[in-house]
Design a protein around this ligand. Structure first.
Ligand code: NAD
Length: 500
């Protein structure tokens, strides 16, 4: 059985006796394809020691030299795109083209970080007082760690480690144990790009490793992305230990469809955003809110037709629009949510349960599911399902539609489809959600802006990537300087200095 090891300084990371392991599945075939080692304190201690040792010299490199490593890394990812995408798809189950998108969106953060010499420049005020100048500098925190979810095994690690290392930190990644191979490859490519040993390392594990990270006295900051309960736990435990923590959680994103929307176009967008990657995206659109009965009827009819035409297939099938979900356990959980929706009184329009693919009967496939007449009281509406399930929640007015995502426990993304600029503007200004799309179904901001939700979708301060990411991975130092002109000594001051 193939064994997936840590990537820590001094070798791949074997030599820790007989560690616990977890199975890594092939979701297309429903079989175990590898096992990943699950590390504990001793593994982390070794990685942290190497990260600590490497950090001062890495931080002392001028930022241009750190950027050169990122430039070389970018080229290596591009050169290895096909191999990385196939590896990603084989453990996650998303189709290969979508896996390339996963890598590409992370790569764009690497590209942003290639501009680190410019982005890290501080502020300077000449003559803030008589003979006094004030300037700021951004300095790295030390050793940082990232804990990532299964659904974007390339993009989310790169969201974290590219800004962290660009700023002069060293970084330890603890990826999801469900698809750990791509993070290992990224680490190898980063070394190949010229990064000194210890700058980027990967440790594998589950809760035991996460707790070790949260409690480790030499880790200064933790970035987490995953489900909300765990995000909250990570945020609480990590900050109680004195660390800087940002912890992104789950989502239940709504698409509001106004009566004047271009329905054909909207349905194309909705189907892609609801079912792409089998709905396993934190920016998926699992809830659609048509405004008015006529909109609801017209939208439903079009959705049913579009869903009938969807092609579910193995992740290497170039014709497939989406592949299997990640594990049998996750598939069973989604099926349970569908059953709950039915029990709670929602109308099951299209049932994706019981879908099988000839030749791949053991694969973790689910057909697309559509519910209508879902209401805000239902638990199947309140909770994240994270599968190929789309729920229609009918609203009578713009105000009622606006209130739905605003009152929902999650506030990651939202979209409005309309031709009315005023309605769109009002919506964007008033909705209680962190990322808004206007006729854009998955509004994941580009790498030079930043990513982050509101409410239970994110705990802590600072978004991922962009200038926000650089702020998270640095601390600000302010210097107030006065160079005496050699004249007489001033009097002692016993009141707080002012520039008055
Ligand atoms: P998850 O919460 O199960 O796992 C995330 C990480 O936490 C993994 O590395 C895992 O090993 C670790 N972990 C799991 N159980 C733990 C425990 N009890 N204690 C400590 N650590 C634990 O999430 P997942 O299933 O891998 O990913 C899907 C979730 O991530 C969804 O909720 C999705 O919405 C969310 N997500 C959010 C964003 C965002 O930016 N807001 C992006 C992608 C995914």
């Amino acid at each position: 059985m193939r064994r997936i090891e840590h990537r820590i300084a001094g070798g791949a990371g074997g030599g820790f006796g007989a560690p616990r392991t977890a199975p890594v599945y092939d979701p297309n075939r429903g079989v175990v394809q590898a096992e990943v080692v699950l590390g504990e304190d001793a593994v982390l201690d070794r990685a942290v020691a190497a990260a600590k040792e490497a950090q001062p010299a890495w931080a002392a490199l001028n930022p241009q030299k750190r950027a050169r490593v990122l430039f070389a890394f970018k080229q290596l990812i591009e050169a290895n795109m096909q191999e990385l995408a196939e590896l990603l798809s084989s453990e996650h189950g998303k189709v290969v083209e979508d896996a390339k998108g996963d890598i590409q969106r992370g790569l764009e953060v690497v590209e942003f970080c290639c501009g680190i010499p410019q982005a890290l420049k501080g502020d300077y005020s000449l003559g803030a007082g008589p003979g006094i100048d004030v300037y700021s500098m951004r300095q790295p925190l030390g050793v940082g760690a990232g804990i990532t979810p299964f659904n974007f095994p390339a993009m989310i690690p790169m969201w974290m480690f590219a800004p962290a290392v660009a700023c002069g930190n060293t970084f330890i990644l603890k990826p999801s144990e469900r698809d750990p191979s791509v993070p290992n490859r990224l680490c190898e490519l980063f070394r190949e790009a010229g990064a000194p040993e210890g700058v980027l390392q990967v440790v594998h594990g589950d809760k035991v490793m996460v707790d070790a990270i949260l409690d480790h006295p030499d880790i200064a900051a933790v970035s987490f992305v995953g489900s909300s309960d765990i995000a909250h736990y990570v945020y609480s435990r990590g900050s109680a230990a004195g660390k800087r923590v940002q912890a992104m959680g789950g989502a239940k994103n709504h698409a509001i469809v106004m009566p004047d929307a271009d329905l054909d176009r909207t349905v194309e967008d909705l189907v892609g955003a609801a079912f792409g990657s089998a709905g396993e995206r934190c920016m998926a659109l699992p809830v659609v809110v048509p405004v008015g009965e006529d909109t609801a009827e017209a939208l439903r009819a079009r959705l049913v037709r579009a869903i009938e035409g969807l092609k579910v297939g193995i992740s290497t099938d170039p014709e497939a629009q989406y592949g299997p979900v990640v594990t049998a356990q996750h598939k069973a959980r989604i099926e349970d949510w569908i059953a709950t929706g039915v029990k709670e009184g929602a109308e099951l329009v299209t049932d994706g349960r019981g879908f099988t693919l000839q030749g791949f009967e053991a694969g973790y496939f689910l057909g697309p599911t559509l519910f209508d007449r879902v209401t805000p009281e239902m638990s199947a509406y309140k909770e994240e399902i994270f599968g190929p399930v789309l729920q229609i929640v009918r609203a009578e007015s713009f105000e009622e539609a606006l209130a739905l995502p605003s009152r929902h426990q999650y506030g990651n993304g939202v979209a409005i489809f309309t031709r009315n600029g005023h309605a769109a503007r009002e919506f964007a200004a008033r909705v209680e959600v962190g990322m808004v799309g206007i006729n854009v179904p998955i509004p994941v901001p580009v790498s030079y802006h930043s990513f982050g939700g509101w409410k239970r979708s994110a705990f802590g301060d600072h978004n991922q990537y962009g200038m926000e990411g650089l702020r998270f991975w640095t601390k600000t130092k302010l210097v107030t300087q006065r160079w005496p002109d050699g004249g007489g000594a001033g009097d002692s001051a016993f009141i707080i200095p002012t520039m008055a």
